[in-house]
Design a protein. Structure first.
Length: 307
């Protein structure tokens, strides 16, 4: 762990209810970042006030206001915020091995970053790593995450978890190998950027992985930026189209959505068909096409056969 330094970034917008707890989580870490850059994406609550107090108190914590000059593209905007955060962090401190991102509503125990980075140090091919996560109905003591079985078995607290998920690492909290991001010319500013960067890693010969013995939790459902399941489904359908989903993988995903959430299913069908009819621009990157037409398809369906 001697040379396993990292920079941390967090995008925020109107996070006055979540930011104070996140701050405690970060400053209590056994392995602190060299710098922590918090990008304020236009908050109009007390978030700026919290950030001003925070940066005056800690010289390794920095905050910036992100302003996009052109008309905001919801699908690409968040990727621009992430890239901007990483670039600003490297201007402050370039001598790091890893770049990490954590959302404001994530909660994790005080040994989280040390454990994640230790795993990455032990596997030089591991380009992207994240803890597993759960969504809870209420907050719990973060130390409970060191032994999460009690929470995972408590239906009065647990909403859902990704315990059995075998696809890409969660976007809630991620650590990227800086060397890998440099190879792909930085965090990609594109639709579905978190998924695309995973694909670029896999097709470049790297590993991407959950770290099974490290957990974090949320008390806010993922995807609440859009105000309905139908709208979220339309965004999913658009992304299925532009990423060249294999027909069988698309069919399986739609069947699952129909079973789990009919409104999201309707949105996914409409989003995909609208994109197809209007011939929306799709990813032209050969790595992305190969990944979603073959690599990920093979991985998912081989896993189904094994089980």
């Amino acid at each position: 762990m001697k040379n396993s330094s990292y920079n941390l970034i967090t995008p925020v917008k109107n996070e006055e209810n979540y930011l104070p707890n996140l701050v405690q989580n970060v400053i209590n870490q056994t392995h602190l970042p060299k710098v922590w850059v918090i990008i304020d994406d236009g908050s109009n609550d007390k978030t700026p006030e919290i950030l001003n107090k925070l940066t005056r108190r800690y010289d390794w914590i920095h905050s910036y206001r992100f302003r996009e000059k052109n008309k905001r593209n919801f699908r690409k905007h968040f990727a621009k915020v992430i890239r901007n955060g990483f670039e600003k962090s490297l201007k402050l401190c370039d001598d790091v091995k890893y770049l990490a991102k954590v959302d404001a509503d994530a909660r994790f125990h005080d040994d989280t970053f040390r454990k994640l980075i230790k795993k990455m140090d032990g596997n030089k091919k591991l380009a992207i790593a994240s803890p597993r996560f759960m969504t809870l109905k209420k907050s719990v003591n973060v130390e409970c995450l060191k032994n999460p079985k009690i929470i995972l078995n408590n239906k009065n607290i647990l909403i859902k978890s990704d315990k059995k998920r075998e696809s890409e690492p969660t976007d809630v909290l991620r650590i990227y190998r800086k060397e890998f991001l440099e190879e792909i010319n930085g965090f990609p500013i594109t639709d579905a950027s978190s998924e695309i960067v995973n694909a670029k890693a896999v097709m470049g010969g790297y590993d991407v992985s959950f770290i099974d013995d490290v957990w974090c939790y949320l008390t806010r459902e993922i995807g609440t930026t859009l105000d309905s399941d139908y709208k979220r489904g339309k965004l999913h359908g658009y992304r299925f189209y532009i990423k060249h989903y294999h027909p069988l993988m698309l069919s399986a995903r739609l069947v699952w959505s129909l079973y789990e959430n009919p409104f999201r299913f309707m949105g996914e069908v409409v989003g995909y068909l609208e994109s197809f009819i209007n011939q929306k621009e799709r990813f032209a990157d050969s790595d992305i096409i190969e990944y979603y037409k073959k690599e990920r398809f093979d991985k998912i369906f081989k896993g189904i056969i094994r089980n």
